[in-house]
Design a binder for this molecule. Structure first.
Ligand SMILES: [Zn+2]
Length: 112
C-alpha cells in the first residue's frame, strides 16, 4: 500500500477516535470505562502529521472540515462518501496510489 495512503487511513481513524471521545468522553469516564487519553491521542496525531507529504495533509484537513469523513473505501467501483460510481479512469486505480473521488473529492482506498 502507498505509504501516504496508509498514513491517511491511520490519521483518519485517529481523528474519528479523538472526536468520539471529545463528544462523549466525560460521560464515559463517569461510567467507569477506560478511554484513551485525549491529550495522548493528540500528541500521536502531531507525530503522525509530521510524516505526511504536506500537500496531502493540507487536502486532508480541508476535506475533514468539509465532510468529517475525508477518507472512504471503494467497493464495486462506488465511492462510499457520495455513492457515485467512479469513472473508468479510476477503475484500475489501486492502493498503490493516492486517488480522490472526482465527484466529492474524498480520498479513496480499495477494499479487496
Ligand atoms: Zn465521492
Amino acid at each position: 500500500m502507498n505509504k501516504q495512503l496508509e498514513l491517511l487511513i491511520t490519521l483518519h481513524d485517529l481523528d474519528l477516535m479523538i472526536s468520539e471521545i471529545a463528544e462523549m468522553g466525560q460521560d464515559v469516564v463517569e461510567l467507569g470505562f477506560s478511554t484513551p487519553n485525549i491529550e495522548e491521542l493528540q500528541e500521536q496525531r502531531v507525530v503522525l502529521a509530521a510524516e505526511f507529504d504536506q500537500a496531502v495533509l493540507g487536502r486532508y484537513e480541508a476535506l475533514r472540515k468539509r465532510y468529517g469523513r475525508p477518507v472512504v473505501p471503494v467497493t464495486r467501483g462506488v465511492c462510499h462518501g457520495c455513492f457515485t460510481t467512479l469513472p473508468t479512469s479510476l477503475t484500475n486505480a489501486s492502493n498503490s496510489m493516492i486517488a480522490q473521488c472526482e465527484n466529492c473529492g474524498r480520498f479513496l482506498y480499495w477494499l479487496k
